[in-house]
Design a protein around this ligand. Structure first.
Ligand code: ZN
Length: 81
């Protein structure tokens, strides 16, 4: 990945867990998870971190969307303090 010198946050919509860009045009955009933080701001998980969140929660790959979203929310909460 190329990061411009002097640019502290080069990503528009970084994954909350790993920092990879998930904005439109990035490789993670189509499979990303978009969630909302307690302060109302939007946060994102890339597909790899979403898979980790599902694994941490013990969910199957074909689990229902609601269960996956709640697992993703719990996972994102662990990255904010
Ligand atoms: Zn990620």
């Amino acid at each position: 990945m190329i990061i411009d010198p002097g640019e502290s946050n080069p990503h528009e919509e970084p994954c909350l867990a790993c920092g990879e860009e998930t904005a439109i045009g990035s490789v993670f955009f189509s499979d990303r998870h978009a969630g909302e933080l307690p302060d109302g701001s939007r946060a994102f998980l890339c597909s790899e971190c979403l898979a980790k969140a599902r694994s941490v929660a013990g969910l199957e790959r074909d689990c229902d969307t609601g269960a996956l979203h709640s697992a993703a929310s719990v996972y994102m909460m662990s990255y904010i303090s």
